[in-house]
Design a protein around this ligand. Structure first.
Ligand code: FAD
Length: 309
């Protein structure tokens, strides 16, 4: 059976890999190729952020954590590594709902001022340019294809279509519930930082990768501008240096902006209203598309199998 997947970000590529490796004929169509997508901008730390509903998000995150952990231990070229780090928060409260999924999650005995609480754990860091290239190669080796194509509507000439168009679902759904949450990051040279750090009460994060360090972030709802703001970059860097003083002299390598596809809930379901073909939607992953990717792809595969017998 032929399946068209719309989108070549982390969602479309992961869904494509799962389907093609299960024996389906898979073709991805996308306006932006993998390295041009929002997915390529992500930091990307495994962390369930700005995605709902919480029960499904927890299950998808846990499944992805297992998959990323296996990839980090099994394939040196995939760009996934397990890194320890710490999240700091200014007001003591409950630990996050996903904590039981993380084997070495440990609450800090004391947090450095001005923080009041925090926790340390090991999480996958997914170096997106490397990982997206690796995913695309895995898809193509199994017989899948990726073609650049800007669509004004979902295709109606395939047996089955999976819509993984991220923020593009606003037009292709059409779904006005999907809104952009603009995120900006600064890329710094790697100056020997090994652990990631998050300020869980604000938007500051420092995520080291093999050759650079991603510093974030911003979180502007409803903004479409993909141009980096120099002021936002300066503010982020000042906050990041306060968290990790070693960054003070790190050379700036570049600035990136991405539009998180936020939605009140992730839309992962069959759309029975489509008259032409079987249509499955998988979009609206907000700030956690990488974190949810394998869990969602497995669920899409389950839906496709159920529909094709
Ligand atoms: C600054 C920043 C930091 C982030 N950090 C993290 C993190 O640490 N961890 C994490 O899990 N997540 C993180 N995210 C969120 C994550 O990047 C997104 O949730 C994820 O990229 C969504 O992936 P996607 O494949 O659904 O969408 P996208 O990557 O946006 O891909 C959508 C695809 O659909 C295609 N498309 C859209 N419309 C059309 C059309 N009309 N015709 C043809 N093709 C179309 C696009 O061209 C593209 O190929 C971050 C995001 C940002 C911006």
């Amino acid at each position: 059976m032929r399946v068209i997947v719309v989108g070549a970000g982390v969602t479309g590529l992961t869904v494509g890999v799962r389907l093609v490796e299960a024996g389906y004929e898979v073709h991805l169509l996308a306006r932006e190729l993998p390295l041009e997508t929002t997915s390529a901008v992500a930091a990307a730390l495994w962390y369930p952020y700005r995605a709902h509903p919480i029960e499904r998000v927890l299950a998808w995150s846990q499944r992805s954590l297992e998959e990323f952990t296996a990839l980090a231990g099994g394939d040196e070229d995939c760009g996934v590594v397990m890194r320890a780090g710490v999240e700091l928060v200014r007001e003591r409260g409950d630990v996050p709902g996903w904590a039981p999924a993380v084997p070495d999650f440990a609450r800090l005995e004391s947090a450095p001022p001005p923080y009041d609480d925090g926790w340390r754990f090991t999480a996958p860091v997914v170096e997106m340019p490397v990982y997206l290239t690796w995913l695309r190669r895995r898809l193509e080796r199994a017989g899948g294809t990726v073609t650049r194509m800007a669509l004004s509507a979902l295709p109606d000439q395939a047996d089955m279509v999976v819509n993984c168009s991220g923020i593009g679902a606003r037009l292709l759904g059409p779904d006005s519930d999907v809104i952009p949450v603009r995120g900006q990051v600064v890329r710094l040279a790697q100056v020997g930082v090994e652990e990631w750090v998050l300020d869980g009460s604000g938007l500051t994060y420092v995520v080291p990768r093999s050759r650079d360090i991603i510093v974030g972030g911003t979180d502007s709802e409803g903004e479409w501008d993909r141009g980096p703001s120099p002021d936002a970059a300066d503010q982020m860097l000042a906050r990041a240096v306060a968290l990790v003083p070693e960054l003070a002299d790190a050379p700036v390598l570049g600035h990136r902006v991405g539009l998180r596809p936020a939605r009140p809930t992730v839309r992962l379901e069959r759309d029975a209203s489509s008259p032409h073909q079987t249509l499955i939607h998988c979009y609206g992953h907000g700030g956690a598309g990488v974190t949810l990717s394998w869990g969602c792809a497995d669920e899409v595969l389950g839906l496709v199998k159920g529909l094709t017998g």
